[in-house]
Write a protein that binds this ligand. Structure first.
Ligand code: SAH
Length: 252
């Protein structure tokens, strides 16, 4: 059996209980060494074969998986954060299906959740934003035409940019071109969320590139944008004494 496991955003104890158990049972772990905290490998048992996929191709990863399956061994494919976001797992799953090999997926704490924790923020504040756009700048991997950053930025909702730290000058221009954010809209750069060397830089849309430059942040960071980083919001209806719902009658 092959298990895709989300390692979580950084801190080793953010892996799920299930993910840690599967690591402990694995004969072989293929981990994304460029972003998975090596401390997570402490859950693997002694003698477990470790492969860093950073220097491997899809074909090489699949060959290791197939060899292990033939030998009746358990493989964990360890991805950073949650594997469903920019994880390149679909192509692995499709090849495994073609090969008739069985697999399952254990989710993980995505870095965008780790970033909210680092910011002590809530992405979905009443009357501020009830939607989160997770996207990226087009780089060497293109972004479909309908998802150009300026179009995504036209909503003015909470936005989280992955994989874009090296492109912040262009990101600023695109975010402003959307028409809903201004140069003063609050923003934050979260570097290595939940890692021991996590750093948070609060800024504005207009100062994103400068903030990254001044602090030498070039990778392993998320860019968050929107009014959720500000001070204004409405309290929730759910916990409002004057509001009745399925679990509680309005009081007073
Ligand atoms: N599947 C992962 C994302 C992989 S793409 C997840 O769910 O988090 C890799 C990008 O994610 C990085 O370029 C960076 O933008 C972001 N990233 C991953 N871990 C991060 C962390 N701990 N802090 C900030 N950004 C992170």
């Amino acid at each position: 059996m092959i298990h895709f496991v989300g390692a979580g955003s950084g801190s080793a104890d953010l892996i799920t209980v299930r993910g840690a158990r599967l690591l402990g049972e694995a004969d072989c772990v293929i981990y994304a060494g460029s972003l998975v905290n090596p401390d997570v490998l402490q859950y693997a048992r002694e003698g477990c074969a470790l492969h860093d996929s950073a220097g491997m191709t899809l074909e090489e990863v699949l060959a290791v998986m197939a060899d292990n399956e033939r030998a009746g061994k358990a493989t964990v494919r360890l991805h950073t954060g949650d594997p469903s976001l920019y994880g390149a797992i679909r192509e692995q799953m499709d090849r495994l299906e073609e090969l008739g090999l069985t697999y399952d997926v254990t989710p993980g704490v995505s870095s965008f959740c780790g970033a909210a924790a680092a910011l002590r923020a809530e992405y979905t504040l009443p009357e501020v934003s009830q939607s989160v756009i997770i996207t990226r700048m087009a780089g060497r991997t293109p972004v479909p035409e309908g998802e150009q950053l300026r179009k995504m930025a036209s909503h003015g909702c909470t936005m989280v940019l992955f994989l874009s730290t090296g492109l912040l000058e262009e990101a600023e221009r695109e975010l402003l071109a959307g028409g809903a954010y201004t140069a003063d809209t609050p923003a934050a750069i979260v570097y290595k969320a939940t890692w021991p060397d996590e750093r948070v830089f609060r800024c504005t849309v207009g100062t994103l590139a400068k903030t990254a430059r001044d602090n030498h942040i070039t990778k392993t960071a998320l860019i968050t944008i929107g009014g959720f980083l500000g001070t204004e919001y409405e309290r929730s209806k759910l916990y409002d004494p004057a509001f009745s719902h399925g679990c509680r009658e309005a009081r007073g």
